[in-house]
Design a protein around this ligand. Structure first.
Ligand code: GLU
Length: 372
């Protein structure tokens, strides 16, 4: 087995609360510096890296002198707000010492469920990566309650992997990976080096909860791997304190548990779009645009659209039909229906003059489009 990270171009690295805060004792600057140094090396190899870091609540508890995790929602939110300052500070200074800038990105579930915010988050992350900055993501804990939470940062890591079509999700944790049973209780437990992401037998192996400091246990990591695999991302679960874990993985060494995605990247994403999204409206395409989409694999430009039917917002999924009304594609619109009506039949260079702003030059970018 070879590490899938060697080939990966875009990597999400998730670090859990117990690692970041040294089991709740306070931010572990030495460990953070080691990851930052390794991430700098991955960047030097041409890989794009996004970090998803937990630890805000754990660090906030320290700073506000809570002995144990508070149960009140607002106390937890206050801890997160205080602790997040510590995270931002330590990451920025640590990465800075290795010549890298960082950016803080706080997301909520609603940000990814809403198409417009989904597209905005995606574009911003791509822009940050283009600038060579390392985005550092956490859940926006101060404004979420249990009902509307991602729940844990393993899930958030997987959703971010889907969001920016990462090749690999690396989950760094306080365990070496997945065992067939709990090794503390079952001497016959064996380490799982490699398995298929989404294999149901893994969920039975993972069983129980985590350390009590963070939210996720091994099960949430297995489920995160399954979720990441829907957009073609492989997952590696490894011990965060393993010496040079990230650079060794990038060198092809097999460390931890590797959960391999079975679907090719593009297919999975297109399948996701085709299967799961309701469409809010339709656009009628002229013959030229139909040809560009179906035969040439191009994006849909406003000039190729003759009519906009229904009401939709930016980021909503709409159906593209030909002049006979046959559905030929589905995709996320960069413009709301009211704006789309004004720019259709016009060339993209006229968008600014018509609307006074430009979101994108395409009505639907080909990355956000699936042929039916
Ligand atoms: N977002 C939470 C924090 O930073 C952690 C969630 C988790 O442990 O997965 O404290």
């Amino acid at each position: 087995m070879h590490s899938v990270i060697q080939q990966a171009k875009r990597i999400i690295i998730k670090v859990g609360s117990s690692l970041v805060t040294n089991d709740g004792k306070g931010l572990d600057s030495a460990a953070i510096a080691k990851w930052a140094e390794q991430i700098a090396q991955l960047r030097a190899l041409g890989k794009e890296v996004v970090l998803v870091s937990s630890g805000a609540i754990a660090e906030g508890m320290q700073r506000l002198r809570f002995e144990k995790r508070p149960t009140g929602v607002h106390e937890l939110q206050a801890c997160a707000a205080v602790g997040q300052m510590g995270l931002a500070q330590i990451y920025e200074s640590s990465f800075r010492s290795f010549g890298l800038g960082t950016a803080q990105v706080l997301l909520t579930h609603a940000d990814l469920a809403d198409r417009e915010r989904y597209l905005n988050a995606r574009s911003t992350l791509f822009t940050l990566l283009r600038f060579g900055v390392v985005p550092i993501i956490n859940e926006n804990d101060t404004v979420v309650t249990d009902e509307i939470k991602f729940g844990d940062n393993d899930t958030l890591g997987a959703l971010v992997a889907n969001l920016i079509e990462a090749d690999v999700l690396i989950i760094l944790t306080d365990q070496r990976g997945l065992y067939t049973a709990d090794p503390r209780k079952d001497p016959a437990a064996q380490f799982v080096h490699e398995a298929k992401a989404g294999d149901l037998s893994l969920e039975a192996m993972a069983g129980g909860a985590g350390t009590g400091i963070g939210r996720g246990g091994m099960l949430t990591k297995i489920l995160a791997a399954k979720r990441a695999a829907t957009s073609g991302a492989h997952t590696v679960i490894a011990w965060g304190r393993e010496d040079q874990v990230l650079t060794r993985l990038a060198g092809g060494e097999a460390i931890g548990t590797q959960l391999t995605a079975q679907t090719a990247q593009l297919t999975a994403r297109k399948q996701w779009m085709a299967d799961h999204l309701q469409t809010a409206g339709r656009v009628v395409l002229d013959a030229g645009a139909v040809q560009k989409l179906t035969a040439d694999g191009k994006s849909l430009l406003p000039i190729g659209v003759t009519e906009v039917i229904g009401e939709f917002g930016r980021g909503d999924v709409i159906t593209c039909v030909d002049s006979a009304g046959r559905a030929i594609a589905r995709g996320m619109s960069n413009y709301a229906s009211s704006d789309a009506r004004r720019i259709i039949r016009h060339s993209s260079s006229e968008i600014l003059a018509i609307l006074g702003f430009v979101e994108e030059s395409e009505l639907i970018h080909r990355d956000n489009l699936v042929l039916l």
